[in-house]
Design a protein around this ligand. Structure first.
Ligand code: CMC
Length: 429
């Protein structure tokens, strides 16, 4: 490949370097563009802008390919565990037995949260959305562990912060659910694995024995693996951007949780279930919902459909759809919302509006049904996405700091008023 591209601006020729990734993706390096030409590029929403060079996740939206550190998502979902995938994303390779044991026990030993932090739960209103609780509690962790701000590049300190984040976020999440139900919190159990421990803290009661169902543990593992990273999406970019100011890892992750919350990103999984419930409550009129999604006078979108990058299919949605069938069958339950979802998918995929715009079910379309089967309430869905995405955010932050990336600071084209003089109050209309 020719390593340069020629650019002509106002009859002057410039050469800009080309970059090619390991999977053949090509980019024009414009980092010197403004210095050389006085021009910047304009790309609201970053549809054609690469913000970094990353070795974590490869995503080919045209062909529905997703790989973490080179491993296909299908193989990881089938064979791996969430903590193994977390290690892979953060440290670059699958752990050997000893590395996995050290990593796992490090997380197990950090699941308790500081007793003083427990008091914060008394201050949240009972209807507090658990995403708000998660974001603020993670941010509050920075006040309990201020050394994370001071020693950001000390590998041992970073490793402890990583373990604290992964371990304590699960406890924070489960306790926010207990709080919303007015139920006593359940402390973590070191004898249980990550997913089993989370389910135990969510569903056990002090009054009776609680057996964790292995089918549910496996389903949760798969869900978390599928959500673990997705390259430079809105929340990962937020984490990198917040971290680029050298704010602590806690602060950057808390920012990522907030970015994920929105319905166009991680919040879509909650909205999908609400949409399917609405269809059921209104007499299962799927055509009506599809017509509303196509109506340009309406703001309504088919939640769980479409993706900025996937234009063929979302490989995560394929795995989750199958897992939904398997888990519901193994648990011996039926969810009428799954039938509605399947019918809705069929109708949309044979409609030229969705076909022409390459709108396919994304990861959120079926994940809510699986969360429901596991017994998780709708408000917890985006929290589950956060727990899954945590290793990805950490890996993105670590890569950005290890590569000593500069502070993120985009430019803009100013389109506001030209200079004008201050008018005294009595002279204003
Ligand atoms: N329902 C109806 N129309 C849609 C939808 C949808 N779900 N998604 C996109 N469109 C239309 C959109 O109106 C536009 O039409 P037109 O060209 O006539 O103006 C066209 O498709 C392109 O849409 P866009 O908004 O320019 O695409 P985008 O890449 O900016 O947005 C998206 C991607 C995911 C935000 C969008 O598809 C969407 O809002 N989907 C619903 C929310 C959702 O499911 N979000 C979860 C995303 S996956 C989880 C994650 O990684 O966060």
């Amino acid at each position: 490949m020719n390593n340069n591209v020629k650019l002509n601006i106002e009859n002057k020729a410039y050469e800009l370097p080309l970059i090619e990734g390991t999977e053949g993706e090509k980019a024009i390096d414009i980092s010197q563009l403004r210095t050389k030409t006085g021009y910047i590029t304009s790309d609201t929403g970053y549809k054609s802008t690469g913000s970094t060079q990353s070795a974590i996740t490869f995503l080919d939206g045209e062909n529905g390919i997703l790989r973490y550190r080179g491993y296909p998502i299908e193989q990881l979902a089938e064979n791996s565990t969430f903590l193994e995938v977390a290690y892979l994303l953060i440290y670059g390779d699958l752990p050997n037995k000893e590395q996995l044991e050290t990593f796992t026990s490090g997380i197990t030993r950090h699941t308790l949260i500081h007793e003083d932090m427990k008091k914060f739960y008394e201050g949240y209103p009972s209807k507090a959305h658990p995403m708000g609780v998660l974001a603020s509690m993670i941010s509050a962790m920075s006040t309990f562990y201020p050394e994370a701000q001071k020693s950001q590049l000390n590998p041992e300190e970073v490793d402890v912060t990583i373990r604290r984040l992964i371990a304590k976020s699960a406890t924070i999440a489960a306790w926010s659910y207990k709080k919303s139900q007015g139920l006593p919190i359940i402390y973590p159990q070191n004898r249980l694995g990550y997913c089993a421990n989370f389910l135990h803290m969510m569903f056990a009661l002090p009054t009776e024995e609680y057996e964790v169902n292995p089918t549910v543990v496996k389903a949760l593992d798969v869900l978390l693996i599928l959500h673990a990273d997705h390259e430079q999406n809105c929340s990962a970019s937020t984490v990198r951007m917040a971290g680029s100011s050298h704010a602590s890892l806690y602060a950057a992750i808390s920012a990522g949780v907030c970015a994920l919350w929105g319905p166009l990103h991680g919040g879509a999984n909650q909205q999908v279930i609400e949409m399917l419930e609405q269809i059921r409550n209104e007499g299962s009129d799927i055509q009506k919902m599809v017509a509303k999604a196509k109506d340009k006078n309406s703001d309504f979108r088919l939640m769980g459909f479409g993706h900025r990058v996937y234009k063929n299919f979302d490989p995560r949605a394929k795995i989750i759809k199958k897992a939904c069938d398997d888990v519901l069958e193994e648990l011996g339950t039926r969810d009428p919302l799954l039938d509605i979802a399947k019918e809705l998918e069929e109708v949309a995929l044979s409609d030229s509006y969705f076909v022409d715009r390459k709108l396919y079910p994304n990861v959120d379309f079926y994940s809510g049904i699986l969360y429901r089967a596991i017994g998780l309430p709708t408000e917890m869905f985006t929290v589950m996405f956060s727990l899954g995405r945590l290793p990805g955010w950490i890996a993105q932050w670590k890569e950005m700091r290890d590569n000593n990336e500069p502070i993120s600071r985009p430019r803009q084209i100013y389109v506001g008023r030209k200079e004008r003089d201050y008018e005294p109050l009595e002279k204003r209309n």
